[in-house]
Design a protein around this ligand. Structure first.
Ligand SMILES: [Zn+2]
Length: 344
């Protein structure tokens, strides 16, 4: 029973304590009796034995409350034993008080007063200092000891690339790429689509040549016969065989050429169309006003007129150069009944 009260800490501030928790019955007599407990609770007598340090201490320790650290005579084994039972409590003499938080040690901050110094700007805090100062008057760094800018041994290019990539909003990038793709596609497709539209919707207009000639001709079949609008008169190069390289030429005023129509053979009349050979492949050469040349290879079906789309702005000269032919043989020459030039 006495054990439950053996905590010395509870004992010390005695006055506040004794009443209710004191198991009255077990404690006969002395400390319990009164309603008021002035001094009596303080002096140990109610508490028997060893747990009461007060008793072991010779008088002086008891009355002087807190500021009495060491004057215990440690020799007495009883005292030693009692002390061993004690919880090590700082000798504050104050019980039942939560330890307060110590005030942190605050730096002794100074406010900068002299703000009118000029000269050296601190590399650390940007405060200006007189030129004769060695240390910054504000932050104390050594003024001429600015750290060297870090050498460009930063993150590797790979790291930087990764960082940059990870910063990107991939949705935005995707949208941007798509937009770019559309723009590029529009640019690439715009002209062909426009040309196609123009080809489909425009009415070709014949371009009358201002002059025609050829590399050579059958005297009976001059180049003019290929430009006379009649498909039963024809130009012949004057040589038998395929006459490769022989050409027919038309000179025109600068015109936006859009098509060339070629009618092969001597006539469209089935009775006569085999009288001479017919061109199979020809090369169209068109020169514009600046002398630029546009070339187009053309393959013809035998006997079939063919319209060739070829766009040359400001065209001034059109050549039809013979390649190989249909029905070429000794005594036959490659005949072209008509060459027509068109603009829109
Ligand atoms: Zn500074």
């Amino acid at each position: 029973m006495p054990n439950e009260r053996s905590d010395p800490r509870r004992r010390q501030p005695g006055p506040a304590y004794p009443g209710p928790s004191q198991p009255g019955p077990s404690q006969p007599g002395p400390s319990q009796p009164g309603v008021s407990q002035p001094g009596p609770a303080q002096p140990g007598p109610s508490q028997p034995g060893p747990s009461q340090p007060g008793t072991a201490q010779p008088g002086p320790a008891q009355p002087v409350p807190p500021e009495q650290p060491p004057p215990l005579p440690p020799n007495d084994p009883e005292v030693e034993r009692a002390r061993a039972l004690l919880l090590p409590v700082p000798d504050s003499g104050v019980g039942e008080v939560a330890p307060g938080k110590p005030d942190p040690i605050r730096p002794n901050a100074r406010t900068l007063t002299a703000s009118d110094e000029r000269g050296v700007r601190c590399w650390n805090c940007s405060v200006e200092n007189r030129t004769d100062r060695v240390f910054c008057r504000n932050c104390g760094v050594e003024l001429d000891r600015a750290p060297q800018p870090a050498a460009p041994t930063g993150p590797s290019w790979w790291q930087r690339l990764k960082d940059r990539l990870s910063d990107l909003n991939f949705f935005a990038v995707g949208a941007g790429l798509l937009a770019l793709l559309l723009v590029v596609a529009a640019i690439l497709l715009a002209k062909p689509l426009f040309y196609r539209y123009q080809d489909l919707t425009s009415t070709p207009v014949a371009i009358p040549p201002t002059a025609v000639d050829s590399s050579n001709n059958d005297p009976a079949h001059p180049p003019a016969s290929a430009f006379d609008g009649a498909s039963n008169t024809w130009w012949g190069p004057g040589f038998s065989g395929d006459s490769r390289g022989q050409f027919l030429r038309a000179i025109i005023n600068p015109t936006d050429l859009r098509a060339v129509r070629i009618t092969p053979g001597v006539s469209q009349d089935p009775q006569r169309r085999d009288e001479q050979a017919r061109p199979h492949t020809v090369t169209l050469l068109v020169f514009d006003q600046q002398g630029r040349r546009t070339t187009k290879q053309v393959t013809l079906q035998d006997y079939e007129p063919k319209t060739v789309r070829i766009r040359v702005d400001d065209a001034v000269q059109v050549l039809v150069v013979l390649g190989d032919g249909f029905g070429t043989s000794e005594g036959k020459q490659v005949a072209i009944a008509e060459v027509e030039l068109y603009r829109y």
